[in-house]
Design a protein around this ligand. Structure first.
Ligand code: PLP
Length: 419
């Protein structure tokens, strides 16, 4: 397993999945006449009752705008909002709560850094390095920045198995490399990248590093100080929390050097028509009324992960991944895309002669939700010479029986299509 992950190595159950499933009301329904099997967790995870109830509770009891009010509800809402910041701080082991900035999600966090840090520190001829397995949200903001500043975007290649070619990364690094932005775990291949190694190599070259933790944060132990990354971003909705909110972690030293991303209320100290002075971090980067209720409820998502235990969650998911992978390998005409040695619980596949979209539709008819398409990684799909894949991604509440359902479904689809 990866250097930052403390997975329990066992093939025995690590918790009672039935008990876990009781916490997720959405799972207890039929879709197209069959029990729902939700295997689209890399797109978004389902929400435990505690998160849903926290949203209700907030709107039923505490709703007010934060930071500016002196009345009781405003104080309660502010306290709940700031409590999440402290919870996130310990969850990712940031040195200070002020280094935790609330965003709309991963995409927003990357755009914030590309805009605020990038515009200030990238000059013509400077280089930004990403990898061939990035999500579009970790490609396009850097392309926009490089276009604007005449910077150079370089790409670390990925091999046939879906692993980064680190020796080629070393050759890409120069004294003009200013930013390296890398996905921790690939959403379309599952690959867990050796981010610590990449961060150390980039630092040696004098570059700062952003880690896209969208797919890693629900599965791997995240310690931003141990990683020594400069920025780390993730989305709440992929870690059992609400949509529309996420986190940008940044080192204080860098955040303080960056200009604001957006102007407005909350991010200022003092405004006059002649001059505005900006607020301290984190508020400098939180212009306007934030997504208060969802931030408050995000805390319950983190509590859920911590109570269940990340190592136990990771072990359960690795068991599902191993079970699914070996069953899929026995299906003639089926190819798994992404065979890295270390993977999160994502299996991308293609089947000879069957369009991925049809696989998705036919599985949906059996109540099984998977994702089909390019998964916002078009350049990667191009490298593999495919348009897209059918992707199943597993989470804490999935079961071996559900994997059996998927395998049986795929067998039936192949039989039907070959008739
Ligand atoms: N990065 C990766 C690796 C992702 O998987 C995703 C979403 O699927 C994103 C970034 C973008 O996340 P969001 O849409 O929550 O901003």
């Amino acid at each position: 397993m990866h250097d930052t992950q403390q997975t329990i190595v066992t093939d025995q159950p690590v918790f009672d999945v039935t008990e876990i499933r009781k916490q997720f009301p959405i799972l207890h329904q039929e879709v197209n006449g069959r029990p729902l099997v939700y295997f689209d967790n890399a797109a978004t995870t389902q929400k435990p009752l505690a998160v849903i109830q926290a949203l209700d509770h907030y709107y039923e009891h505490d709703n007010a705008n934060i930071h500016r009010g002196i009345h009781t509800l405003a104080e309660r809402a502010t306290a709940a909002f700031e409590q999440t910041r402290r919870t996130v701080k310990s969850f990712i082991n940031a040195a200070e709560a002020e280094e935790v900035i609330f965003t709309k999600g991963t995409t927003d966090g990357i755009n914030l850094v590309a805009t605020a840090y990038g515009r200030k520190f990238i000059q013509a001829g400077d280089e930004v390095i990403i990898s061939a397995m990035e999500h579009h949200s970790n490609i396009v903001p850097w392309q926009m920045l490089c276009e604007e500043k005449q910077g150079i975007l370089k790409v670390i290649p990925v091999d046939e198995n879906g692993e980064l070619l680190l020796d080629q990364f070393e050759q890409l690094l120069t004294d003009r490399t200013k930013i390296v932005s890398l996905v921790y775990a690939s959403n379309s291949l599952g690959t867990i990248n050796p981010v610590k190694k990449v961060i150390d190599m980039a630092h040696q070259a004098g570059a700062v590093v952003l880690i896209d933790g969208a797919q890693a944060t629900a599965h791997l132990d995240i310690d931003v100080q141990k990683l020594n990354c400069d920025f780390f971003v993730f989305s709440s909705h992929k870690i059992f929390g609400p949509t529309g909110t996420g986190i940008l972690y940044g080192k204080r030293r860098l955040l303080e050097k960056m200009p604001p991303y957006q102007g407005g209320g909350e991010m200022i100290k003092n405004v006059s028509f002649e001059k505005t002075t900006y607020n301290d971090i984190p508020y400098k980067f939180e212009a306007g009324t934030p997504n208060i209720a969802d931030v408050v409820a995000m805390r319950e998502a983190i509590n859920f992960i911590q109570q269940t235990g990340k190592p136990a969650i990771a072990t359960h998911e690795q068991q599902l991944l191993a079970y699914a992978t070996s069953a899929l390998e026995n299906i003639p005409g089926l190819k798994i895309i992404g065979r890295a040695k270390e993977k999160v619980s994502v299996v991308s596949l293609i089947i000879d002669g069957i369009f991925h979209f049809d696989i998705g539709q036919m599985l949906d008819a059996r109540g099984i939700a998977i994702r089909t398409g390019h998964h916002c990684t078009q350049p990667l799909m191009e490298q593999y010479g495919i348009e897209g894949t059918a992707r199943a991604s597993f989470s804490v509440y999935n079961t071996m029986e559900e994997v059996d359902n998927l395998i049986e479904g795929l067998h039936r689809i192949i039989k039907m299509m070959k008739r």
